[in-house]
Design a protein around this ligand. Structure first.
Ligand code: FUB
Length: 295
């Protein structure tokens, strides 16, 4: 684990809702593009980095209205997974959830042609997809706002059995639900409050399976106003390949002068305690440096 140093990131401002994966010796980041009134972005872009500090803009990977014909705006909160060299991007568009497939992490992604989850299919807003791959290879899709939903994905990773959807309301749940697993224990984490509020923050629970039941464990990450750090939420958790080091990627109000429509992405270490609980994250001003160990 490399210590956090006061090092600037070349990622830049006005990105939010990070989805982070590792492919070979690079990280790939898929965010929401901020700076548009009402989160009105119309496309998704990818960025890559060997260490979370030096970033390369990989350009646009999916454009609503063109690559996605059923929605034109509100391109929010993507999540990307890889299987056998194929990449699947789950994304929010006009409060529906879509899925698109590519042969490279930088796209181009080809959309399914219809929403995977349409607005109104389930209670709450159809936003903020995330995917967890369990040790048996089964992938689970999670999403929701106000109420969380989870379901195993079908073999094609672009469908699921509606009869298998499980719904529940984690403590204080707003949105951005995600799951990870370490040493047989499942961790559910999510955002509470509103992303436009300084108190937007991450909470977590532990469980014995990918769909619960869950036991609340309290706040994991929150603002640090004495350092000007506000609105810390909508995160992704990723294990550094080949190590037992864990990264939490999240957004906060951009520093300086940010707000809920002008956010920036940050990376900190996530520490699992010996008793299995998570150490509350103290958000740093500058990102950790986390090179992927050679394998
Ligand atoms: O970025 C647009 C929305 O703001 C996301 O869907 C929410 O999670 C919140 O971060």
């Amino acid at each position: 684990m490399v210590d956090a140093a006061e090092q600037p990131s070349s990622l830049g401002h006005w990105l939010a809702d990070p989805a982070l994966i590792a492919v070979g010796e690079r990280y790939y980041l898929y965010p929401t593009t901020d700076g548009h009134p009402g989160w009105g972005s119309t496309s998704f872009s990818a960025f890559s980095s060997p260490d979370l500090v030096e970033w390369r803009d990989e350009g646009e990977v999916l454009r609503l209205g063109e690559d996605v014909r059923w929605a034109a705006r509100e391109a929010w909160a993507p999540a990307v997974i890889e299987r056998d060299g194929a990449f699947y991007c789950y994304f929010t568009a006009e409060q529906n959830i879509g899925v698109a497939r590519a042969d490279a992490p930088t796209g181009p992604f080809k959309d399914l042609g219809r929403p995977l989850i349409a607005k109104g299919d389930y209670p709450g807003a159809a936003i903020d997809p995330s995917v967890f791959t369990d040790e048996d290879g089964v992938r689970y899709l999670y999403w929701g706002n106000g109420i969380a939903h989870g379901v195993p994905l079908g073999d094609d990773l672009m469908s699921f059995d509606p009869g298998k959807v499980v719904s529940w309301v984690p403590t204080g749940f707003r949105e951005a639900v995600t799951v990870h697993r370490r040493h047989g224990r499942y961790y559910l984490s999510w955002s509470e409050n509103d992303t436009r509020e300084a108190d937007y923050r991450v909470r977590y629970a532990v469980g014995t399976g990918p769909l619960g039941p869950w036991e609340d464990r309290g706040v994991l990450l929150e603002k640090r106003p004495e350092r000007g750090i506000l609105g810390t939420g909508h995160h992704t958790i990723l294990r550094v390949p080949g190590a037992d080091d864990w990264i939490i990627a999240y957004h906060r109000f951009a520093i300086p002068d940010g707000d809920g429509f002008h956010r920036e992405i940050m990376f900190d270490w996530l520490v699992h305690r010996a008793d299995g609980d998570l150490e509350p994250v103290t958000p740093a001003r500058t990102p950790i440096r986390a090179p992927i160990p050679p394998r």
